[in-house]
Design a protein around this ligand. Structure first.
Ligand code: NAP
Length: 265
């Protein structure tokens, strides 16, 4: 039995890891987006790609990026709109992987003390950054007729206090808990649900966090690998989780952060 498992994994290494799979990737805004790095890696590994973008402002950019990746469809999906979420169910006949790479909070809530977070700001961050994962999972699970993998992106600020991460840290805590409950609900359909906790990467979303460059400096100084993680490294972990190599992993948070999260003083 052990021999058989080892042999099948070796075979997978020789071919493209996502060959024959169809992946829906939500959250490409530009070429710096983690979602774009993941889409590139999925394409490299032979996946059919479907991409979404939030609104008209991003349409041209994401369509161009999608064309460069040979994406089969690029369409609008604002995760706060139920009519857009309903469209996800008609996306494709079958899906094997879904990547949720979406977050938003008011900039003001990422700069002032957490205790001053308004009700509206708190609910907005939860709605876009955490609840949307539940809604996306509900809309896409029926398309995973042969099982599949759902992934989301999270950050260490969910379990540790990271200066200025504030309301987003609380939303990421809810997101990670949602991953566990979704994994338990969808596991019987052989749908796996996991989160990747990425180290800091310079993207549009990260630029919204006050003093973000200090976070990058702290990781470079203290992470075991003495450097920051690259988008490609985050994307390769996504490939693992979406591929059959990750078939025994669900409900988990896996770190791609150059090891920073293990450090104490
Ligand atoms: P990004 O390129 O700015 O991606 C965030 C995406 O969320 C954008 O495409 C954004 O669209 C989209 N979005 C926001 N509100 C939305 C809505 N209502 N409906 C649909 N899409 C919406 O930044 P990123 O760093 O790659 O972020 C991707 C994920 O990685 C996020 O969950 C983030 O928290 C997580 N993450 C990032 C880091 C990091 O350091 N960069 C570290 C750990 C985890 P718009 O541009 O139109 O707002």
């Amino acid at each position: 039995m052990l021999e058989e498992t080892t042999r099948s994994v070796q075979c997978d290494f020789m071919s493209q890891l996502l060959e024959g799979k169809t992946a829906l990737v939500l959250g490409v805004a530009n070429r710096w987006s983690l979602a774009y790095a993941i889409a590139q890696a999925f394409r490299r590994e032979g996946a059919r790609l479907l991409l979404t973008y939030q609104g008209e402002r991003l349409q041209k950019t994401v369509e161009e990026l999608g064309a460069s990746l040979g994406a089969e469809r690029v369409f609008e999906c604002d995760v706060t709109r139920d009519e857009d979420l309903a469209k996800l169910t008609e996306t494709s006949e079958r899906l094997d992987a879904v990547v949720h790479s979406i977050a938003f909070a008011n900039q003001a809530d990422l700069a002032r003390p957490f205790v001053e977070t308004s009700r509206d700001g708190y609910l907005l961050a939860q709605n876009v950054s955490a609840y949307s994962m539940v809604a996306v999972a509900r809309a896409t699970a029926p398309l995973m007729t042969s099982g599949g993998a759902m992934l989301t992106l999270t950050y260490l600020g969910s379990t540790r206090v990271v200066t200025n991460y504030n309301v987003m840290g609380v939303a990421k805590a809810a997101l990670e808990a949602s991953v566990r409950y979704l994994a338990a609900d969808l596991g019987p359909q052989n749908i796996r649900v996991n989160a990747i906790s990425a180290g800091p990467v310079k993207t549009a979303a990260a630029r919204g966090i006050k003093d973000f460059s200090k976070v990058l400096e702290a990781v470079e100084a203290h992470a075991p690998l003495r450097r920051n993680v690259t988008p490609g490294e985050v994307a390769d972990l996504a490939v693992f989780l979406a591929s059959d190599l990750g078939r025994g992993v669900t409900g988990d948070v896996l770190f791609a952060d150059a090891g920073y999260h293990i450090m104490g003083l």
